[in-house]
Design a protein around this ligand. Sequence first.
Ligand SMILES: [Zn+2]
Length: 211
Amino acid sequence: MRRARRYIIRVRPDGSVRVTVPRGGSRSEAARFLDKHADWIARERARMGEAHRTPEWTDGAGLMLRGELVTIRVSDDGGRRTARYGDRAVRVPPDARDLRPYIQADLRLAARQELGLRLHALADQHQLRVAGFSIRNQRSRWGSCSRSGRIALNYRLLQMPPAVCDYVLLHELMHLKQQNHSSRFWRLVEAVCPDYRDAERWLKVHGRGLL
Ligand SMILES: [Zn+2]
């Protein structure tokens, strides 16, 4: 990076490591810098793993749905066990304690319907054509847009406040016009989503909590 003054190491939430190389720096120097800080990297990874351990979704636990905290309630009626959260209900096995896998599957189902509708409504509004749409379970990104115009969305978008979710959808839709993050791209985003900086901030502060 031309503007960087020194080497900077960053450990990402998925445990991968990114090194910023300053102007005039080199790959081999970056590798030496990494070696020198191997202990720190190991500690940082351990610390992140700790912070990253996903909490169990059990009866009475809370989770985010469309930006609101909802409580999981499990009921048994005639041998059928149902977990309800917000306006959703999903069958769960009688012996399951952590309901996360079942609720996640249900969230994906809801996301496929609701995010699909919203994405196509926004695309129509801005006269854009989406070539394809899929729901993913990505650990490090909220959405993506391929060169051929296929948009993939993280099901966790359904857990965010609708304004933040809309921003991510509009962000990906604007990639149909501009396949990069140039200033031209951000001008397109700002034109359709004037408060996008607030949404970006929300994602920075709360996004990791959803993963
Ligand atoms: Zn982007």
